[in-house]
Design a protein around this ligand. Structure first.
Ligand code: FEO
Length: 401
C-alpha cells in the first residue's frame, strides 16, 4: 500500500525510510535509520524529483504509482547520481517510457557508468540558470558541484518558492510519518545526526557549500525539500545558520573535546585528570570520548562542534594508536580547520605519537597547536601534574575568555 503525504496542493512526498540498514554508504552507523526523499509534482506536466535507494523499492514504486494516479510521467529531475537516490532511475525510465531525464551533463555520463546504457536520447541536459516550465510551475536549475558529487544540481520552483536541495540540508534519521520540520523537535532530537551527516558527507566541501548558500541567498525560499530528513517549511533559519558555521569551519560551541586512545587506562587517566582540572577552572560541557569506543563519524561531528580539542594517545608500533590515527586522517580529509588543539602522548620506551600527531595537525589548515604538550611515560607521574594544570589553565582561559 502507498504511504505518501501532500507537501503542497500539487506536490506529493513519495519517499520512504530504511530502519534496517546498519551503515549508510556501508560506513556510517545509522541507528535511527535514514530516509530517501523523493517528490512528485502534478502540474500540466508531471515531474518526479529524484528516486530512492533500492532497499525501499517496493514502497517507493507503490508511492510513485499512487501519486501519478494513472498519469504518465513527463519529467524525472535527477539532481544526484549517488545510488541512494539513483537506484530506481532505471526502473522509472522503463516504467514510464515517455519520461525525459532532466539532469546535468555529468549525470548522463554517470548513468552510463552505473547502468551500462546510454541515456542521452532520453536526457534533457540542463545547465546553470536553465528553466523548465511544467505548466503553472517554472523550475529553475542551479548547479551545485561537489555538494556532494560533481554532477549535483538543485532545483528552485518559482511558483511555490521551494528549493529541492539534493543532499544539502539533509540528515541521517528515518522519518516517522512526520515529514515537516514543524512536526518534530529538530533542535533537540535531530541536530546531532544532522551535524554528523553534514560533517562526514559534505564536510570536506565547505567552499562548494558556501557557493551554494550564496546562490540560495538570491532566491526567495519558503520551503526546502532535501533528499534526506525532514522538509523545512517553518524554521529554515535553524539549519541555514548551522550550515553557515559548518561550511566555514567555525566552531559552534566554545568548549573542550578530549579524545583519547588508551590501552590499559593510563592515557585515559590523564584525560580524566585534565577534564577535572578544566571543570575546576570553569569549563562547561566538556566532551570526552574513547576513540576505540566511539565511531569515528561521531568524533568528526564533535570536532566540527567544539572549539578546542585535546588529543591523547599512546605510541603503537612506533606510530600513533591506529584509531586515533584514523580519526586524525578523517578530520584532515574532511578539511576541518580553525581549531585549537593540545596533544598528550604516552610511551613506555619511545613515545613518538605526540610528534606524529602534531605532524598530521600541521598538515591541516588554520590549526593552532598548543606548545604545552605532555608526554606520559607509561602512567601520569606526580611531577607532571603541574604541566597538566598549566595546559588546563591555557585551555580554560581561551574557552572562558
Ligand atoms: Fe544522499 Fe550523496 O547521496
Amino acid at each position: 500500500m502507498h504511504s505518501t503525504r501532500k507537501v503542497t496542493d500539487d506536490l506529493i512526498y513519495v519517499g520512504g525510510s530504511d530502519r534496517r540498514l546498519s551503515r549508510f554508504e556501508n560506513l556510517f552507523p545509522i541507528p535511527k535509520g535514514v530516509s530517501y526523499n523523493s517528490y512528485v509534482l502534478l502540474d500540466e506536466k508531471t515531474v518526479l524529483f529524484d528516486t530512492a535507494d533500492e532497499s525501499i523499492s517496493r514502497q517507493y514504486i507503490e508511492n510513485v504509482v499512487h501519486a501519478l494516479n494513472g498519469r504518465p510521467l513527463d519529467y524525472m529531475v535527477v539532481q544526484h547520481m549517488e545510488p541512494d537516490h539513483c537506484a530506481m532511475i532505471d526502473d522509472m525510465l522503463r516504467r514510464y517510457p515517455e519520461a525525459k531525464m532532466v539532469c546535468s551533463a555529468k549525470a548522463v555520463g554517470m548513468f552510463a557508468q552505473f547502468y551500462g546504457t546510454d541515456v542521452a536520447a532520453r536526457a534533457l541536459v540542463v545547465k546553470e540558470g536553465d528553466k523548465l516550465s511544467t505548466g503553472e510551475h517554472t523550475l529553475h536549475f542551479v548547479m551545485a558541484p561537489m555538494v556532494h558529487w560533481p554532477e549535483v544540481m538543485v532545483t528552485y520552483d518559482e511558483k511555490d518558492k521551494i528549493l529541492f536541495s539534493a543532499d544539502a540540508f539533509g540528515t541521517f534519521g528515518a522519518l516517522a510519518g512526520n515529514i515537516f520540520d514543524d512536526e518534530i523537535t529538530f533542535d533537540t532530537t535531530w541536530m546531532n545526526d544532522a551535524r554528523r551527516y553534514y560533517a562526514n558527507i559534505v564536510g570536506k566541501y565547505g567552499v562548494q557549500v558556501q557557493a551554494l548558500l550564496k546562490k540560495a541567498a538570491s532566491l526567495d525560499i519558503e520551503m526546502i525539500c532535501p533528499l534526506h530528513g525532514p522538509i523545512w517549511r517553518k524554521d529554515l533559519g535553524l539549519l541555514l545558520e548551522k550550515y553557515q558555521k559548518w561550511s566555514t569551519y567555525e566552531p559552534e560551541d566554545k568548549t573542550v573535546m578530549i579524545a583519547y586512545a588508551t590501552m590499559y587506562g593510563n592515557t585515559e587517566n590523564a584525560a580524566n585528570v585534565l577534564a577535572g582540572m578544566l571543570a575546576d577552572k570553569g569549563v562547561k560541557n566538556i566532551a570526552m570520548y574513547d576513540v576505540s569506543e566511539t565511531d569515528v563519524s561521531e568524533l568528526v561531528a564533535e570536532s566540527f562542534r567544539c572549539s578546542h580539542l585535546v588529543l591523547a594517545a599512546p605510541t603503537y608500533n612506533s606510530g600513533i594508536q591506529p584509531k586515533m590515527e584514523a580519526y586524525l586522517s578523517d578530520i584532515k580529509a574532511l578539511n576541518l580547520q580553525n581549531r585549537t588543539v593540545a596533544v598528550i602522548d604516552n610511551g613506555t620506551w619511545a613515545a613518538t605519537a605526540g610528534k606524529q600527531m602534531i605532524g598530521m595537525l600541521e598538515g591541516m589548515k588554520n590549526m593552532t597547536i598548543l606548545e604545552n604538550t605532555i608526554s606520559i611515560k607509561s602512567a601520569l607521574a606526580e611531577n607532571q601534574l603541574g604541566a597538566l594544570e598549566a595546559l588546563a589553565d591555557e585551555l580554560a582561559k581561551q574557552v572562558n575568555g
